[in-house]
Ligand binder design. Structure first.
Ligand SMILES: [Zn+2]
Length: 172
């Protein structure tokens, strides 16, 4: 299922607003957001993380619906579910998460619900004996952040791999 994007939210806010100046500002913000998304298409966070997993030599499945939350990437060998989360939609407590002031209660509730659902999914996965790794969009924002995140990510995979040794028959 495709989530309504941040742009959709901004456009919605712009439409609802009764203040012409705010309407204009929100509309502009929505357009520049869409532009930035298009420009960044080839380097989407998910593709980037997927390439790390591939580079490290693991097979993976995408959006496997058998698991809670349909993890973006699932690595059978490590029993590992990887989520690449947009900070806005998953209400990451970081500087990248700026809910527009004056956002309607409807949207705030929607975002809160996303976060609740994440928590529930991670808990369920844990109960199934599946590890969860979350990579946040803000951790990939600059080249140096991407390098740092990749290093940490790959070393976590290596650690998990050491633990997975001898358990390969359990792979699902
Ligand atoms: Zn973040």
């Amino acid at each position: 299922m495709k989530k309504p994007g941040k742009a959709a939210m901004l456009l919605h806010e712009a439409k609802e607003s009764e203040d012409p100046e705010e309407k204009e500002r929100l509309g502009k913000e929505a357009r520049s957001y869409i532009m930035s998304r298009i420009r960044g298409k080839d380097t989407s966070p998910e593709l980037l993380v997927r390439s790390w997993v591939r580079e490290a030599g693991y097979r993976y499945r995408l959006n496997d619906r058998r698991f809670p939350g349909s993890p973006d990437i699932y690595v059978p060998r490590l029993r590992l579910a990887i989520f690449v989360n947009g900070c806005f939609w998953h209400l990451h407590e970081c500087q990248s998460t700026k809910v527009p002031s004056g956002a309607s209660p409807y949207w705030l509730m929607k975002l809160e619900r996303n976060k609740e659902r994440d928590r529930w999914n991670y808990k369920k996965l844990d109960e199934m004996g599946i590890r969860v790794l979350v990579v946040w969009e803000c951790e990939l924002r600059t080249k140096s952040l991407r390098e740092k995140t990749m290093e940490a990510f790959l070393s976590s995979l290596k650690e998990m791999d050491a633990l997975a040794e001898g358990k390969q028959n359990e792979v699902i």
